[in-house]
Design a protein around this ligand. Structure first.
Ligand SMILES: [Zn+2]
Length: 497
């Protein structure tokens, strides 16, 4: 996968370009990356890693509940793994919307949806995919964080048989028949891994335990787990399955480490062998360069794009973004030195090309054109002027559908439509510098800043205040866009009378 090596803004651009481009990318002979529900909030990334030699398949799922980062950040580390023997299927972020909100769930708890509850939502769609992946595997680990610390006997409110933290959970001690018809001793498997984990944990109080939920028993403390992923795995797919629980209260790195010890422990049990270090050769590829001209605000120039400047202007390549982190350089042809022109200020007298390199391998170019009319008219460089230009556009969502609106353009609505102002499309300027104010609507009532992006406006309700509408009739409203207190744009919102 692509690694990011610049600012959060670059990250944004990269994320956008990732959403726009690769769908299913084969990362090499023995790896596949599949994206389900691409471009939607519940986008689901599945990584399959097949070892050199055949063997068992372990499924690792993280982030089924979004407020448990120890699990999904650990799963992440296996998505780019290389294996000598056996296979991994890694779903680092099963429930991406809940991760973005840092909440356990959005509509329903995704880990209580593995029985048919007839509710159709994105959670149900994701669970359908996960069910298939579980049945493809030979063993399944669901990575979690639990509150408190599990103890087989009552020791206090945060340390007792009902707590989850610092335990490996199974739904029973024995899986009576696996898919080959053999019984599997889940308890023994879990205890073997618990023992490996505890070798690394010095403080007695944080040692792991096996936590048998006895999910099927009539007196089980955890009957709700009958709708969980691990229960589905044992009952329907007939594979051993475990919940790995780090205690929520531990430092994040410790939680991630514990998950790693657990995953490595199960890999050892299943004879899935890592290749260390893994060989992951992909063809180097330039994404974009970050260039400034005469010390302007640096701008992003994509692979094969052209940048127009004036003869005698000075350019400086601040950084380049490729699918590699290391070994990167640029060569401004005919200027600078023969090794690396990165971060050097270079005067440009002739049209040229900037070549990005990963080691000795050229992985993409950007072209520099000269505009000899002596006018600073090159569009990519109107960085400061573009802020006040008429080139602003707006991204609205009407009933969930994205609509791009021109500056001073109009949006026609029916009463009852749901409207959201998503963002200002401001070219090279920073959209967060603008204030977008829907006159007659108050987004944040406790602190009315006048900034109305991101709110869903349900126009069937009495939410809009007619006295702020044009002619005060409640039919025509406007959205005012300002920069530094000055008007730079408007959008008119009209209802059919
Ligand atoms: Zn959980």
């Amino acid at each position: 996968m692509i690694t990011i090596r610049y600012s959060p803004r670059m990250l944004y651009i990269l994320v956008v370009s990732l959403i726009l481009f690769p769908v299913t990318a084969a990362l090499g002979q023995k790896k596949t990356h599949t994206v389900f529900f691409e471009g939607r909030e519940n986008e689901l990334h599945v990584y399959r890693i097949n070892g050199e030699e055949p063997g068992k398949t372990l499924l690792i799922i993280g982030g089924i509940q979004g407020d448990e980062p120890g699990g999904f950040l650990a799963a992440d580390l296996y998505a780019d793994f290389s294996l000598r023997r056996g296979n991994l299927i890694v779903v680092p972020r099963a429930n991406f919307p809940s991760i973005l909100k840092q909440e356990r769930q959005i509509n329903q708890d995704m880990n209580r949806k593995f029985t048919d509850d007839h509710a159709s939502n994105y959670e149900a769609e994701v669970v359908d995919v996960l069910k298939r992946l579980i049945c493809e595997s030979d063993c399944f680990l669901n990575l979690h964080e639990g509150s408190g610390i599990y103890s087989p006997k009552w020791e206090g409110p945060m340390r007792n048989p009902k707590r989850y933290g610092q335990s490996i959970i199974a739904d029973a001690s024995i899986l009576k028949t696996d898919k080959t018809g053999q019984p599997v001793n889940l308890e023994q498997m879990a205890l073997a891994v618990v023992e490996k984990i505890n070798r690394q944990i010095k403080k007695q109080v944080y040692r792991f335990h096996f936590n048998n939920h006895r999910t099927d028993d009539t007196d089980s403390l955890h009957k709700e787990q009958r709708a969980s992923a691990t229960y589905y795995a044992t009952q329907t797919c007939k594979i051993p399955a475990f919940g790995i629980e780090s205690s929520k209260s531990l430092p994040l790195e410790q939680k991630i480490r514990q998950h790693i010890w657990a995953i490595n422990g199960f890999m050892e049990l299943l004879d899935i062998q890592p290749e260390t270090p893994g060989v992951n050769l992909k063809q180097p590829d330039l994404e974009f360069m970050i260039i400034s001209v005469n010390d302007s605000v640096p701008i992003v120039v994509g692979k094969m794009q052209r940048l127009s400047i004036n003869r005698g202007d000075e350019i400086r390549v601040h950084d380049i973004v490729t699918n590699y982190d290391r070994g990167l350089s640029v060569d401004v042809i005919g200027v600078g030195n023969e090794f690396n022109d990165m971060k050097r200020t270079l005067k440009i007298m002739e049209p040229t090309r900037i070549v990005a390199k990963k080691d000795f391998y050229a992985c993409g170019s950007v072209f520099i054109d000269l505009d000899d009319k002596g006018v600073k008219a090159a569009p990519p460089l109107k960085v400061t002027r573009a802020r006040q230009s008429n080139e602003l556009k707006y991204k609205f969502k009407i009933n969930g559908k994205t609509v791009i609106v021109e500056n001073y353009g109009r949006v026609n609505l029916q009463r009852g439509d749901r409207l959201m102002i998503e963002d200002v499309i401001s070219g090279p300027a920073d959209p967060s510098e603008y204030i977008v104010n829907f006159k007659g609507f108050v987004g944040n009532r406790s602190n009315n800043t006048g900034e109305d992006r991101g709110y869903v406006i349900d126009t069937s309700k009495d939410i809009l205040m007619a006295k702020y509408s044009i002619n005060k009739k409640g039919l025509r409203y406007y959205v005012l866009i300002t920069l530094g207190g000055k008007e730079v744009g408007k959008v008119f919102v009209e209802f059919q009378s």
